[in-house]
Design a protein around this ligand. Structure first.
Ligand code: HEC
Length: 405
């Protein structure tokens, strides 16, 4: 918008060529690719964690509905903006652009509330009220961090598109501008991220800085390094020496930044262990705490008495009662429900259970059942939920994993 206004004001119509290409890149990358991956995310999140999604929807259905309205405006206006270049007058075109930017930002304002709620539900844990969960302790730092880092990411797109321009003078002008915007966005965004890290709840601080989960620190380093590299690139190949910006260089920077973003997302999700909604619902989808305001009761003790199987309505009659014949099969079902969100059951794969268990040298089913009993001693794993009999069944199945290895 800034560049388009500049183009009109200073009568530099070459700049418009840049904006058109830039919009096309955003349109294809964010909206065509984004609509594919967006559907994929909803599908896989619902399959992996139906009760987690259900808890979020029960709380935030109106939040999401509002977000979707703005999202719809965002999607519609980016197409209108692109296809009305040169077909409507300057003022109208600018207005369409502003509408797009505003709708996109508002949809982020809303979705950030729901994402931050999952890590720091705050007073909602007592009141169950929409806005008590929405405006939580990590909301503002995350909103500002995202807003400013986005300027930096937009600047990287600009650096890439700038290299495709014919007119060298325009190319360098845009490159320099992108470098400056990138530096500013990343510096302020970095400060806001620091504020965010300071606001993390205590267990998350321990995981990250106390060394309980060293891999999280690695993720922090990856995103930190990508941030530093981007700043250097903005400064050297953007603001100071725009001639040094090349297509390969800017694409490489984009790739590095994507690694950084993935690491950051992994970090945000990892810090919430062992919960989906912090302190409220465990990652194996058992409600951990009472929420009287909504008439919700903790399920850990209830299910330890009634049995975890009592919840699995889809089980055929022959798997509803544990017998020596079906013990291992039922154990497998329990382990899938309670461990597979974080552990692979095969020898290969992420946090492979066969590997971890073999590493601990445990093979006996009863020892393994005993290990399950003490699972809540680990700050990052939820307790095993079920009856003694169910724990033995899970132990029996886990022992087959170790032997099969
Ligand atoms: C919320 C995610 C999560 C869930 C659910 C979970 N774990 Fe873990 N588990 C972890 C993490 C993270 C580690 C640390 C892994 C590492 O160091 O690589 C871990 C480590 C372990 C270890 C190694 C412990 C040690 O002292 O080295 C075992 C064994 C294990 N888990 C078994 C299980 C079993 C069995 C279940 C299901 C009943 C389960 N976990 C459920 C996240 C989880």
């Amino acid at each position: 918008m800034y560049i388009e206004r500049k183009a009109y004001r200073e009568k530099q119509l070459e700049l418009l060529d840049f904006i058109k290409r830039y919009t096309l890149l955003i349109l294809i990358f964010c909206f065509v690719f984004g609509s594919l991956s967006g559907v994929g995310i909803w599908y896989s999140a619902t399959v992996a964690s139906p009760r987690g999604i259900s808890a979020l929807i029960h709380n935030y259905v109106w939040g999401w509905a509002t977000e979707w309205v703005f999202f719809l405006i965002e999607v519609a206006t980016i197409y209108v903006y692109y296809y009305t270049f040169g077909k409507v007058d300057e003022k109208t075109h600018l207005r369409i652009g502003y509408l797009y930017a505003l709708a996109a930002w508002i949809s982020m304002i809303i979705i950030t509330g729901i994402l931050a709620f999952m890590l720091t539900p705050g007073k909602w844990l007592e009141t169950g009220r929409f806005f008590d969960g929405f405006f939580n302790s990590t909301y503002w730092p995350q909103l500002f961090a995202r807003t400013f880092l986005m300027f930096g990411i937009a600047a990287v797109y600009a650096l890439v598109v700038a290299t495709t321009l014919q007119n060298k003078a325009v190319q360098y002008k845009i490159t320099r501008l992108a470098g400056l915007w990138g530096i500013l966005g990343f510096l302020i965004g970095g400060l806001m991220t620091y504020w965010y890290l300071k606001k993390l709840p205590e267990p998350a601080q321990d995981f990250l800085f106390g060394g309980t989960l060293p891999y999280l620190k690695t993720l922090l380093y990856v995103s930190g390094i990508s941030w530093v590299l981007a700043l250097l690139y903005f400064l050297l190949c953007g603001a100071l020496f725009p001639r040094a910006n090349t297509l390969a260089g800017s694409l490489l920077l984009m790739l590095i930044l994507f690694f950084g973003i993935f690491a950051g997302e992994g970090l945000r999700e990892g810090l919430r262990r062992p919960y989906i909604v912090n302190f409220f619902m465990y990652s194996h989808q058992v409600v951990a705490a009472d929420l009287p305001a909504k008439g919700i009761q903790a399920e850990t003790e209830l299910l330890s008495e009634a049995g975890y199987l009592s919840r699995l309505g889809y089980l055929p009659p022959e798997l509803r009662k544990i017998t020596p014949e079906n013990q291992v099969e039922i154990g497998r079902i329990l382990v899938i429900h309670q461990c597979a969100n974080c552990h692979a059951l095969s020898a290969k794969g992420l946090r492979s259970l066969p590997k971890l268990l073999s590493g601990m040298g445990m093979t006996d089913p009863e020892d393994l059942a005993g290990f399950l009993e003490g699972l809540d001693g680990y700050p990052y794993m939820p307790p095993f939920v079920g009856t003694e009999e169910e724990r033995l069944a899970a132990g029996a199945y886990l022992s087959t994993l170790v032997e099969n290895k």
